[in-house]
Design a binder for this molecule. Structure first.
Ligand code: ATP
Length: 130
């Protein structure tokens, strides 16, 4: 299948894959060739693109996936290859978010925002470290 991952900044991945797995808002989903047509929202999480023998990881910060024929298109809010992830920046974002979670009240909008920022930072650190 042909897989495509794009963000507002440009194309992050474009290539032939045997399988793609993503985190939808309802859980993990693996797509093999000849999958039924599908459009689904994606959660913050890793994308795994399997190419003969190797796996390309991408840190995804949410978006949408469209499966159509032998084409999978991921439209991402942001997406980074492991080599493009700035670990120092992700660690700083993680610490900032953790601090905000301690300060903000649970029902507060800043709390939810900090939770999402923490999730993005942890995902980037996971993907950067394989
Ligand atoms: P930060 O607080 O560090 O900006 P964030 O989670 O708020 O993190 P996003 O809004 O998800 O950042 O992303 C903004 C842009 O910065 C996107 O283009 C994203 O790819 C890029 N980006 C964010 N964090 C990193 C990182 N640690 N390494 C590389 N690129 C990053």
């Amino acid at each position: 299948m042909q897989a495509n991952v794009v963000t507002p900044d440009g194309t992050v991945f474009d290539g032939e894959v045997n399988m793609i797995s993503v985190r939808t808002i309802e859980g993990e989903l693996g797509i093999l060739p000849r999958h039924l047509p599908l459009v689904t929202p994606l959660d913050i999480g890793p994308v795994r693109l399997k190419q003969d023998g190797k796996v390309q990881l991408i840190a995804l910060s949410g978006g949408f996936m469209e499966v159509r024929g032998d084409e999978v298109n991921v439209l991402a809010e942001s997406a980074e290859l492991p080599s493009d992830i700035d670990i120092t920046r992700a660690r700083a974002a993680k610490e900032r978010a953790e601090r905000r979670l301690q300060e903000a009240k649970k029902e507060n909008i800043d709390f939810r925002r900090a939770e999402l920022a923490l999730k993005r930072a942890l995902n980037r650190l996971d993907v950067a470290q394989g």
